[in-house]
Design a protein around this ligand. Structure first.
Ligand code: SF4
Length: 395
């Protein structure tokens, strides 16, 4: 099939057995990264997530075998060249009339129809992000609504909209996690929290919630928190049997951090490294991760160097494109283009492979799921072709 200039190669056609596997993997990686940059218009019912932490304002689907979250509700998505359409047997991603890849969409989880004995709908306690049970256990943050608010964050948006409750108890989370596993096949739990003013910055409570979920459901659990002021708190979290932790620096560029996350900048990037070092000691290499957001004006060299240093010590840098969250302070900022994110993914994927940390290393959480990043598709390409041909250009 002739390919129009500026478009990715077709990933999956109905006669795809003729496609060279390296070329197909390269085209798929390009499509995944470009979908996350440009978003997706949808013509079919699709489970979506609005506001909050994590994959906000995004649809959740599988494209060419990769679980991905894709912006569907922001301004970029409205102008996306890509559209999700139904076809005879499932769904596919199209660009105009051209079919690019098979897709399947997350259906509404069954546990969303249940409520606790005291009448709280399960979907206000936790959500299913593809195959991960996810919850923000405390939906307030000491930085929200003041000068310290992280400008990319939407933690208060879903609370204001009545889509969640302010604080979930360990018992509620355990009850809903069991239902998510039994009714909808959740394979792990990802629990995050807003930051507190305490020395633990909220780590102790989210860890207690994680312990309850793990003991009740048997699911491996990741908990996410800010670096505690006292690093011994990390030992307390480990002692509760938690599997993985996320301690998110967001950017390795101090100037960007000072602009978009002033409180995190005051914590200082070196304190993140100190917290990660303690956490790797207790949880093991690959069980400690950090979000690294691309496209906020950061220096790419500082970003890559920070990721390399993190990987060297056993931390998984979960590199993701910036997504403007409706209602956040950066709602009108454009996401980065594919060429930029893909270049960094390829470098980081190379470091990860050299360190023996593939995308399957994490037991639980964002680095296990991988759906918010294009890193997984690029790393898969590197695995079948260590020196892949130039990825197809989109722009
Ligand atoms: S620390 Fe920043 S990103 Fe995390 S919940 Fe608070 S405002 Fe949001």
């Amino acid at each position: 099939m002739p390919v129009s200039p500026g478009a990715p190669a077709v990933v999956s056609t109905h006669d795809s057995q003729q496609v060279d596997p390296v070329a197909a993997a390269a085209a798929l990686a390009t499509l995944v990264v470009d979908l996350q940059a440009r978003g997706l218009r949808v013509e079919v019912p699709l489970e979506r997530r609005h506001g909050g932490a994590g994959p906000s304002d995004s649809g959740m689907l599988w494209v060419g075998g990769f679980a991905i979250t894709v912006p569907t509700d922001n301004a970029a998505a409205a102008d996306s060249p890509y559209v999700l359409r139904a076809e005879d047997d499932g769904f596919a991603i199209f660009e105009g009339a051209r079919r690019l890849a098979a897709a399947s969409a997350q259906r509404r989880p069954r546990f969303y129809d249940l409520s606790t004995a005291d009448g709280v709908p399960y979907w206000q306690i936790g959500l299913l992000h593809l195959d991960s049970f996810a919850s923000t256990v405390v939906q307030t943050c000491s930085y929200w609504g003041n000068d310290d608010q992280c400008k990319f964050c939407g933690i208060g948006v879903s609370l204001d909209a009545g889509r969640t409750i302010v604080k979930k108890t360990p018992q509620q989370l355990a009850e809903v996690a069991i239902a998510a596993r039994e009714l909808d096949g959740a394979v792990d739990a990802t629990l995050t929290t807003g930051s507190s003013h305490g020395v633990d910055r909220g780590a102790r409570y989210v860890a207690r919630c994680g312990q309850a979920v793990r003991e009740a459901s048997g699911l491996p659990v990741e908990v996410q928190f800010e670096p505690p002021m006292t690093l011994d708190v990390i030992d307390e979290v480990a002692d509760l049997g938690i599997d993985s932790v996320g301690i998110h620096v967001e950017s390795f560029d101090p100037a960007v951090l000072a602009r978009v996350a002033p409180a995190k900048a005051r914590t200082g990037i070196e304190h993140y490294f100190a917290a990660w070092e303690r956490a790797v000691d207790r949880f093991g290499a690959g069980q400690v991760s950090t979000y690294v957001i691309l496209g906020m004006g950061e220096d790419p060299d500082l970003t890559v160097e920070g990721c390399r240093r993190a990987i060297d010590m056993g931390v998984f840098p979960f590199v993701v494109p910036f997504r403007p969250v409706v209602g956040s302070l950066m709602a009108d900022v454009a996401p980065p283009d594919r060429a930029y994110t893909e270049r960094i993914y390829r470098t980081v994927a190379g470091y990860l492979s050299a360190r023996g940390m593939d995308t399957g290393v994490a037991k639980a959480g964002c680095a296990r799921c991988q759906a918010c990043s294009g890193l997984q598709s690029v790393q898969a390409l590197l695995q079948i072709s260590p020196r892949p041909a130039q990825l197809p250009r989109v722009v």
